[in-house]
Design a protein around this ligand. Structure first.
Ligand SMILES: [Zn+2]
Length: 147
């Protein structure tokens, strides 16, 4: 943090040193993943199947199912989209999906830091609460109300 004091808002929020250190660790990992460019949404499921030929080994006892096949699944505009991957595509892209999951974990940790900072704000103790001001219909608090 810089030593600059905002004269209009002398008590504006400062990020605590531990918070800042944690944020920098998160930022470094986020940047490393982003720089790799290897980020893929969705998930991969392994599938083993039976075919329609009754004399095939997949219908034997015990059965030898076909596969494994890998199905990449993701949501696009609330619809689930599936696509079959070859074995080598699965091998190559599985780490990309892991990276995507890690990005989300890191963002969640950043958000938790911000939430903890707000919860720890000493002004909560000084100011009386104003329930009316926090009411969901109050104007211009606009969290989910885009234009
Ligand atoms: Zn078969």
């Amino acid at each position: 943090m810089t030593g600059i004091t905002d004269l209009c808002h002398p008590e504006s929020v400062r990020v605590a040193a531990a918070h800042q250190a944690e944020a920098e660790k998160i930022a470094a990992e986020l940047a490393a993943i982003a720089r790799s460019g290897m980020v893929l949404p969705g998930s991969v499921t392994e599938r083993r199947t039976r075919c329609g030929r009754s004399n095939c080994a997949c219908h034997a006892d015990p059965p030898r199912l076909h596969g494994p096949y890998w199905q990449w699944t993701r949501k696009v505009a609330a619809k689930t989209i599936c696509r079959w991957l070859s074995a080598d595509q699965h091998r190559d892209y599985a780490p990309w999906i892991d990276n995507d999951r890690r990005l989300r974990e890191l963002l969640t940790r950043l958000e938790a830091l911000g939430t903890a900072a707000l919860e720890a704000d000493p002004r909560w103790n000084r100011q009386p609460r104003h329930p009316a001001r926090d009411a969901p219909h109050s104007p211009r608090t606009g969290e989910d109300h885009s234009i």
